[in-house]
Design a protein around this ligand. Structure first.
Ligand SMILES: [Zn+2]
Length: 87
């Protein structure tokens, strides 16, 4: 369990960045203490992916990369649907 993932999970309020559903099925009951978050998240870590989302301004070279947590399922679908766009 790395701290970055935990912070991301808390910041996203336990929701997948792509579909806005709970990162974990049955995870609606979110822990409300850091210790519980760690246990909760560690148990479900296999289902999650960390991903860098890059935002590129039109015609510019200005790029910003943000790390977000997504479900592994969504991650796969995101890549499948995004294959035409250059990375
Ligand atoms: Zn999702």
């Amino acid at each position: 369990m790395d701290k970055t993932s935990l912070l991301l999970a808390v910041r996203q309020q336990g929701l997948c960045f792509l579909c806005k559903q709970a990162l974990i099925v049955g995870g609606e009951c979110q822990p409300d203490s850091p210790r519980e978050w760690i246990d909760w998240f560690a148990a479900l870590k296999k289902m999650l992916r960390k991903r860098h989302f890059t935002y590129r301004r039109d015609g510019g070279t200005d790029e910003r990369t943000s790390l977000r947590l997504v479900r592994s399922e969504c991650h796969r679908q995101h890549h499948a649907g995004d294959s035409r766009r250059a990375t």
